[in-house]
Design a protein around this ligand. Structure first.
Ligand code: FE2
Length: 443
């Protein structure tokens, strides 16, 4: 009853343009204790697991399939074709051998497999399975994106940090997100997918919670600080990251940025993943320079109608003292220069969004036309404060987002883990002016 009462309080208190009063709960890590006691629960078998689709540079004609098997499996394959309601399609499929690499970490010995299916038809439903004789996955389905046109039309899912309580409490969030948006073109994960970068159990939880959803809708993932370890005092990306997520290779040359800085164009939208850990904890100024110069180029060359950023550390935070100086210093002016529409972030373990109260960089006249969103999907909750930049701050709730774009209008819906609508707004394109923000009244 207490939770329901609090949820009702949240909903009834949400006033557009107002900051929610802070609910006096401590920062909490619900669901973490049990995970601390587990170790290597997810040994790989001869049948594929951890099947995940990743975005490519052109999701209208290609997709990358990633999966895992036991180390004893010498080779693995993919079979695929256009989907057909008649099950006889299984006798008319194409078969390709995967790229396979051995993976060994602590007691986990596995083979990681991947293959990029290219030359696909846009806007079509395909089916595929991975494995080898007698040990195949189920037939999975995915739909290729429509061909890029001058007018955008797309729907996608955005999730903030899963990180903590992944199996017990995050699973309900990603499943609700899929239920409300099963035709999403991609699922965006804005970093801190797990709590401990090299903890296999947590990756096993992440794959288990998403289950077939990971193998049905391509993911766009960006690393957070919890995808890094600091055993020697320096940040090192999780040994799992590049092994299980093959991502577009169109980023800066620095290997520290490979597999984390990249972009994909999907149905009139340019989605750009940035590595904010390599801004806040960059090992060299050159690493920062490369990411910044690359971002300038990717935005300058952008011919898509909409531009959406995916990154972990937020430009604007939900509590004083949590500002990320490097991110603010290097990225905010660039977002303003190129009129970035939407910045999807995590890290602060609360939901917040703001646009029109944010001043332009360097004292320039005018307000920001970029919408900044902070979000959380897992069970780790942080306290918030009243922040000048934010239109809305909602602490102590797990949320997910359905974002839809139809030509000149972007619709952004925020749902509670229970499925109730918490917040909604639209951004409308205007020639020569910042996007118009229309906040929706929630009953
Ligand atoms: Fe974080």
């Amino acid at each position: 009853m207490k939770q329901i009462a609090r949820r009702n309080f949240l909903l009834s208190s949400l006033k557009i343009g107002a900051v929610l009063p802070l609910i006096s709960l401590p920062s909490t890590l619900f669901g973490v204790e049990k995970e601390e006691n587990t170790t290597h629960l997810y040994q790989p078998g001869v049948r594929p697991d951890r099947v995940v689709l990743t975005v490519t540079e052109d999701p209208s004609t290609s997709v990358t399939v990633n999966w895992r098997t036991a180390d004893t499996v010498a080779e693995s394959h993919i079979e695929y074709n256009l989907d057909d309601a008649h099950p006889a399609f299984v006798s008319k499929v194409m078969r390709l051998k995967a790229q396979t690499r051995s993976f060994s970490y602590e007691t986990i010995k596995a083979k990681n497999h991947r293959i990029t299916l290219a030359g696909l038809l846009p806007g079509k439903l395909y089916t595929y399975r991975t494995g080898a004789e007698n040990n195949w996955s189920e037939w999975m389905q995915f739909r290729t994106a429509e061909q890029n046109t001058s007018q955008s039309k797309i729907s996608f899912i955005y999730l903030g940090d899963a990180q903590v309580g992944i199996r017990p409490l995050w699973s309900r969030v990603i499943r609700k997100a899929y239920a409300v948006n099963p035709e999403a073109s991609l699922v965006i994960h804005a970093g801190d997918l797990v709590n401990r970068a090299n903890k296999d159990d947590e990756w096993g939880d992440w794959f288990g919670a998403g289950a077939f959803i990971h193998g049905t809708i391509p993911v766009m993932v960006t690393p957070g600080n919890h995808e890094y370890i600091h055993e020697d005092g320096k940040p090192h990306l999780s040994v799992y990251w590049k092994e299980q997520f093959q991502l577009p290779q169109n980023g800066p040359q620095d290997p520290l940025l490979a597999g984390s800085c990249y972009f994909t164009d999907v149905q009139g939208v340019r989605f750009i993943s940035l590595n904010t850990q390599m801004l806040e904890e960059a090992p060299s100024q050159d690493c920062i320079r490369q990411q910044v110069e690359w971002l300038h180029k990717v935005l300058k060359d952008n011919r898509q109608q909409w531009t959406c950023m995916v990154m972990h550390h937020p430009v604007f935070s939900t509590k004083k003292g949590r500002y990320n100086k490097q991110v603010r210093k290097y990225l905010k002016p660039i977002f303003e220069q190129y009129h970035v529409d939407l910045v999807m972030q995590g890290h602060d373990h609360a939901y917040a969004r703001g646009m029109e109260k944010i001043d332009l960089t360097g004292g320039a006249a005018g307000k920001s036309g970029t919408m900044y969103v902070v979000s959380v999907s897992g069970s780790k909750m942080y306290e918030t404060e009243t922040m000048d930049w934010a239109d809305i701050i909602a602490p102590d709730v797990q949320v997910y987002h359905k974002v839809s774009i139809d030509n000149e209008t972007l619709s952004f819906n925020t749902y509670l883990a229970t499925g109730e609508l918490l917040d909604a707004f639209e951004l409308v394109k205007r020639k020569g002016q910042p996007n118009r923000l229309i906040s929706k009244k929630i009953n």
